[in-house]
Design a binder for this molecule. Structure first.
Ligand code: NAI
Ligand code: NA
Length: 396
């Protein structure tokens, strides 16, 4: 069939298999062009199908020649209905990995569940013995707690008072004012339950209990800080509380890994267009201004550039991993540069519907958004009849 983007609000209901494949191939080419990384050889990526997790899987496989197991929650294709992009990404990744002689298998299911954890442990036991790197890159709006059976929903709200600021509808380019009511009830606890560190620790405990972590194993989860502009809705909002919890969990995990000399890190990454971030009000306006400035300065990065730098210049340099005063790895350093933030803050003041197309990088934002779903890639014939039923035997 001919596959076109079909938008509903902030999501796209369709995905293009050839475009997703192109996306994965471009990322692989980038990693190959940057040379080998002396990194982990057996890697588990939780949240491996899109965004930072996919970039991590690609960097491990094609930068370090690693065997990878990827866990994710995606929709396979049905006759007449496309898969979710992460499913096509993973299918393309596996094909490329296998062509390159690399082990790659995937588990498609709810990573929060005991069943998917057990399935993953069994696969590691059977095929890899142990893993030496675990990347934790889940972004989810809900978590069914495996012990209590409670379904937690995360919210993106300020804490204490209503937050009013500018936002943009990136499809139309219309800048408007948005007011977000403060959280209430159990919103904070629920958001921590979904996006905090409890599940990360459960994964590491489960792996360790079955002796599946190699001596010196490392685990990394991803966090975000961002500027004062977005603080009320992000870092000082409900999601920020979850990130505080995630960051604190790195220390408790490191303590629990002392006997195998293992270590847990949080890496603070740059703001990027992903399915998760485009749903947060205010953030798309910030990102479109940030992209403009970072591209002008020649320091713009996507997920793959960020993770390549994380591996090569932070995790696997041959010496100690550099961290900030709170023990966090920082690859948001260029985003947070004072000169960059000053310029973004100035543009923020000026931004209105009439000038945003010019002073911001709306075009870049939209392209990245379409790219998430496999659209708008060079070298893909979008007019061609395309088979949506991509088949991959190693996705369980
Ligand atoms: P994403 O939406 O691209 O990726 C989420 C991944 O989690 C996908 O592989 C998805 O299949 C998987 N997933 C979601 N629910 C699942 C479940 N129940 N079971 C198994 N897999 C599940 O998100 P993105 O942006 O790559 O986020 C990853 C991490 O990076 C998050 O912790 C996020 O907060 C963080 N981060 C994101 C930034 C951004 O600007 N996008 C900036 C800095 C950090
Ligand atoms: Na991810």
């Amino acid at each position: 069939m001919i596959i076109e983007p079909r938008m509903r609000g902030f999501i796209c209901l369709t995905a293009h298999p050839k475009g997703c494949e192109q996306n994965v191939k471009n990322q692989i080419e980038y990693i190959k062009s940057k040379g080998a990384i002396e990194g982990a050889k057996k890697v588990l990526v939780i949240g491996a199908s899109t965004g930072f997790g996919l970039a991590s899987r690609i960097t491990s496989a094609f930068g370090s020649g690693a065997a990878t197991i990827g866990v994710f929650f995606e929709k396979p294709p049905l006759e007449g209905k496309t898969a979710s992009p992460g499913w096509y990404n993973s299918a393309a990744f596996e094909n490329e990995a296998h062509k390159a002689g690399l082990y790659a298998k995937s588990i498609n299911g709810d990573a929060f569940s005991n069943e998917v954890k057990q399935q993953t442990l069994d696969l590691i036991k059977k095929d890899l013995g142990q893993v030496d790197l675990v990347i934790y890159s889940l972004a989810s709006p809900v978590r069914l707690h495996p012990v209590t059976g409670v379904l937690h929903r995360s919210v993106l709200k300020p804490i204490g008072s209503t937050f009013t600021n500018k936002t943009v509808d990136f499809h139309s380019g219309k800048v408007s004012e948005v007011s977000i009511e403060p959280c209430s009830g159990d919103d904070i606890e629920n958001t921590i339950a979904v996006m905090g560190g409890e599940d990360w620790a459960m994964w590491i405990d489960a792996l360790k209990a079955e002796n599946l972590l190699a001596p010196g194993a490392t685990t990394v989860a991803y966090s975000y800080i961002g500027p004062s502009l977005t603080e009320a809705v992000y870092r000082k909002g409900t999601i920020g509380r979850a990130k505080d919890h995630l960051e604190a969990t790195a220390f408790t995990i490191t303590d629990s890994l002392e006997d195998i000399n293992g270590k847990a890190y949080v890496s603070v990454n740059k703001a990027l267009v992903t399915q998760a971030s485009s749903a947060i009000p205010v953030i798309p306006l910030y990102i479109s201004l940030l992209y403009k400035i970072m591209k002008e300065e020649g320091i713009h990065e996507g997920c793959i550039e960020q993770i390549q730098r994380l591996y090569q210049q932070r995790l696997y340099t041959g010496s100690d991993v550099p961290t900030d005063e709170k023990g966090r790895i920082r690859i948001d350093d260029w985003e947070m540069r004072a000169d960059v933030q000053e310029k973004v803050a100035k543009l923020w003041e000026q931004a209105v519907t009439e000038n945003l197309e010019e002073i911001g990088d709306l075009e870049g934002y939209r392209k990245d958004f379409y790219n998430l779903f496999g659209f708008d890639f060079e070298g893909v014939d979008y007019k061609a009849d395309t088979n949506e039923m991509v088949n991959v035997s190693s996705i369980a």
